[in-house]
Write a new protein. Structure first.
Length: 277
């Protein structure tokens, strides 16, 4: 059964699980995009390719944060070195109150596929993880539905990881978020971001860190100051575009641009990067 699940998983030709496999095993893109849902929905690889004359792949995955992205980066740089990385972050993901913290379960299927960096990270999930992984079925416990979708979908990923959203918000005023000043910072996630930066430096990868647009009024909490100081001290370019394109026509929901908004944002950002080099 484990062999069958493994065969199905690595036969996928589309979907977010396929994108993980492609990022770890196949891409040689000059520019990689990292982040969670705002990365996967806001950054269009073809726009960066046309503007910068660089091949580009979007590794963004919905619902994941910096711990996932740091692990993915380790898996990628063990195979090849990209020239540029864009990392989309959100201040809210660096607090302990986050409802669905990174648990790195997405990397379970790669435990026995030669990715030594991922093996080390996966077994740290809990003290019984190494024992559980004696089972050939365990790494694929949550992958059956996605595998079936990825196999049955005959449309290959021709958007290089980008997941467009269509439609727009039908509201005329900005929602106001509650103040985040009482939230507790997750030091483990700050450490993972620091490690992400240091890996990029050690491989001489040019790194840009960004907060992409949101359709909301957001009060900065304590994590924003910590993040800003960290990036200043590390000498990493940080661009906060959270107030950019602040009209409902360009948003699918309060946190995500629609395809039209992503086109405008990607073109603006590609032009900014081009002018810096």
């Amino acid at each position: 059964m484990g062999w069958g699940l493994q065969k199905m998983y690595f036969s996928q030709k589309s979907g977010e699980r396929y994108s993980i496999t492609y990022a770890l095993d196949s891409t040689h893109a000059d520019l990689l995009i990292f982040g969670s849902s705002r990365a996967s929905h806001h950054y269009i690889p073809t726009v960066f390719k046309d503007s910068l004359q660089l091949t580009c792949f979007n590794t963004g995955k919905d619902g994941e944060g910096i711990s996932y992205n740091y692990a993915l980066l380790l898996g990628i740089v063990s195979r090849y070195k990209p020239s540029y990385i864009l990392l989309d972050i959100s201040e809210g993901s660096f607090y302990k109150k986050r409802a669905s913290p990174d648990n790195l379960v997405a990397f379970m299927p790669y435990f026995n596929t030669g990715h030594s960096a991922l093996r080390e990270i996966v077994v740290k999930r809990n003290q019984f993880e190494k024992l559980k992984l004696f089972s050939a079925i365990y790494p694929y416990n949550s992958t059956l539905i996605s595998s079936l979708k990825g196999i049955n979908n005959n449309q290959p990923d021709n958007l290089s990881g980008y997941l467009p959203l269509y439609g727009h918000l039908n509201i005329g005023t900005l929602p106001v978020l509650s103040n985040q000043s009482k939230n507790e910072i997750d030091s483990d996630k700050i450490e993972d971001l620091t490690n992400f930066i240091h890996v990029c430096k050690s491989y001489h990868i040019r790194l840009y860190i960004l907060q992409s647009p949101v359709f909301m009024i957001e009060s900065n909490g304590p994590a924003f100051a910590v993040l800003n100081n960290l990036l200043v001290n590390e000498g990493v370019p940080f661009f906060n575009f959270s107030g950019y394109l602040n009209t409902s026509d360009y948003f699918k929901d309060a946190a995500h641009l629609n395809n039209e908004g992503a086109q405008l944002y990607s073109k603006m950002l590609a032009g900014l990067i081009k002018n810096r080099h």
